[in-house]
Design a protein around this ligand. Structure first.
Ligand code: G4P
Ligand code: NA
Ligand code: NA
Length: 194
């Protein structure tokens, strides 16, 4: 997605060989116009998949997931990372280990909002090693829901998550795929021809 790649080039801050900061439009401040375009793009890419719900993880997955849910006309669920005061049992839970942050979080979704009649689109802001997506797949699985695909705003193609998911036959759509962050330079994978 050209618009997104341009935004990353203009505003992304390369912190290291493996991490890019995009706080100005995705992880802190949100660019609603860009999010709307992102929602439209995912809607095109997953058309015909019979998506009934979007499942993401708080917090940075929520904005792109919400705009996609608006465009598709389906609800959006975000898994919680912390136990909520009002959410106690009746939960699907999964463990998510972050290699980037070196911590493990338990994520949870109420059983009220997922069922075996759902076809889920899993979404997130970043795809690195795929641990968050795996945790969300685990939760969809516990609910007996079908997986319709995985939608990612920025994939780090030099980490293994995307490869592992595609190897399982899952439709993974990333709107920008970073090939390298070496020498403070952002290089993208060529966009597939549409
Ligand atoms: P994984 O799920 O693919 O294995 O990813 P990983 O554990 O590495 O990611 C942990 C957190 O770091 C996630 O955010 C993820 O979105 C974020 N992240 C990973 N790589 C990058 C990067 O290069 N740049 C930025 N800006 N973020 C990255 P989180 O802890 O869930 O936080 P939140 O922002 O969703 O609240
Ligand atoms: Na995230
Ligand atoms: Na994040």
């Amino acid at each position: 997605m050209k618009l997104l790649e341009q935004k990353i080039l203009r505003e992304g801050n390369v912190l290291s060989e493996t991490v890019i900061k995009v706080d100005s439009f995705l992880n802190h401040q949100i660019d609603p116009v860009l999010m709307r375009e992102i929602g439209a793009e995912f809607t095109d890419r997953f058309a015909g998949r019979g998506i009934t719900k979007i499942l993401t993880l708080e917090s940075s997955g929520i904005a792109p997931a919400t705009m996609t849910g608006l465009a598709m006309g389906v609800p959006v669920i975000f898994a919680r990372k912390r136990k909520s005061l009002t959410l106690h049992d009746n939960l699907y839970t999964a463990e998510v280990h972050s290699f980037t942050k070196k911590e493990t979080n338990e994520i949870s979704v109420s059983k009220d909002y997922l069922s075996n009649e759902d076809t889920i689109l899993i979404m997130d802001d970043f795809l690195a090693n795929g641990q968050a997506v795996s945790g969300l797949m685990d939760i969809a699985d516990q609910a007996g829901a079908k997986l319709g695909g995985v939608g990612i705003v920025i994939e780090k193609g030099f980490q293994d998550g995307g490869k592992l998911l595609r190897k399982q036959g899952i439709q993974v759509e990333s709107l920008a795929t970073i090939a390298s962050l070496s020498d403070k330079q952002i290089t993208f994978h060529k966009e597939r021809a549409l």
